[in-house]
Design a protein around this ligand. Sequence first.
Ligand SMILES: Cc1ncc(COP(=O)(O)O)c(C=O)c1O
Length: 444
Amino acid sequence: MKKNAKSHSKKLILKLLEEKPRGTKGTLVHIAKNIISQKKALIEYAAAHRSPLYLIDENHLHHDVQAFMKGFNAHLPGHEAYYAVKANYHPFILKKVVQDGLGLDVSSERELKLALEAGAKKILFSGPGKSEDDLRLALKHADILTVNMDSFEELHRLGKLTNETKTHIRAGIRFFSSVHGAWSKFGIPLSQLKKFWREAEKFPYIDLQGLHFHISLNLKAEKYSQVLTELATYLEKDFTKQLREKIKFIDIGGGYYPDNVEGFYPWSDHYPWTLSGGHITKLAHEYYGEKASFKDKYYITRAESQEEMAKKIGQTIQKRLKKLVNCVYYTEPGRILVNNSTYIIGTVMDVKDKVIITDIGINATGWEFGQHFYMPIVNLTHPDTKEKEMLVYGSLCTPRDFWGYYIYAKTVKTGDLIVIPNQGAYKFTLAQTFIKEIPPTFTI
Ligand SMILES: Cc1ncc(COP(=O)(O)O)c(C=O)c1O
């Protein structure tokens, strides 16, 4: 590296080290208290079904779905929600969400089959790289399905198949804007929407009706509003009135984050997208065989309420888009609907000084969450509203099989029952048969 470049890099690293964490100081003791209040029922439940297990609380799930619908129905014109199956494809969840009147958003042939088995009445098929087999299955269900096309190539693939089979299909176009950054792998640039629309008109069986975007992990409404504003500017300038009249839906995707149920450590601010100053500090200490010390134990992830997000998004629509397009708005919520109603329950298998080995780990959650995300862990057998500093591991043969650094417990003994709440999203879907089986799911 040249001398100038090296000193510039050093400056940037020093600047990063000075960054303040973006989380909120606090605790999630309210979650521990809630679990403790259900102690008797949860213990009885775990006794009836051998741990480890996932437990889905049906009423809680229904409540969370209704809360989302209430907020977004109130503020988005003609709102229709499509639950993103990738957040948790468990058949019980799909069935319940469908019963609650939502459509399903799928991203593959596999998810499409699950959605059909769950009795979905409305399906969105999003996701990049759809194969001919994916699209053929989609065409068989064209009466209930809309394909959100991801590229010009996909348009041609779909066009060829619809011409061949003479099947009409509803479709949308996924686009990305300047807000999307690393997520620009999905869809086409906003600036090419008009070209795409004109190209799609060459295929008589493709009924292009809408526009689609998605941004993940949003704590606030801001990014949705930014994309919608960019879209409005583009449509005003580049789409004729006649073309705008063809837009029947705008799908604003998922990405709504739950409030006040999890956190992150000083070294995992920004995780997993970019490196934080805390991460560099931790790695440097570990490299030299030391333990880094941080001022705060962890930070709590706070997000705007669903009602607040919906209201702000609705305001942007009213201000910028209503005068341009008369359409309905779709959402594709995943995490926010299913995260908080699932508990993971396990048993302490061993206690070695400050180390706890449980019978449940990354075979239930996928890789490396515990190292970065703070999740309240409650010892149901010896609960407390204060946390003990201990290392809570799973029992797989890797140190990465790790739950966290703290446990709400008076004491911890072999055989104690532990509960980790708010584990419904992107855990069962990412769980893997690594050394041990994926645990079974039960419902209450
Ligand atoms: C296209 C699309 N829609 C919806 C979602 C659901 O996002 P979330 O679970 O964050 O709401 C995702 C997740 O990656 C997605 O890719």
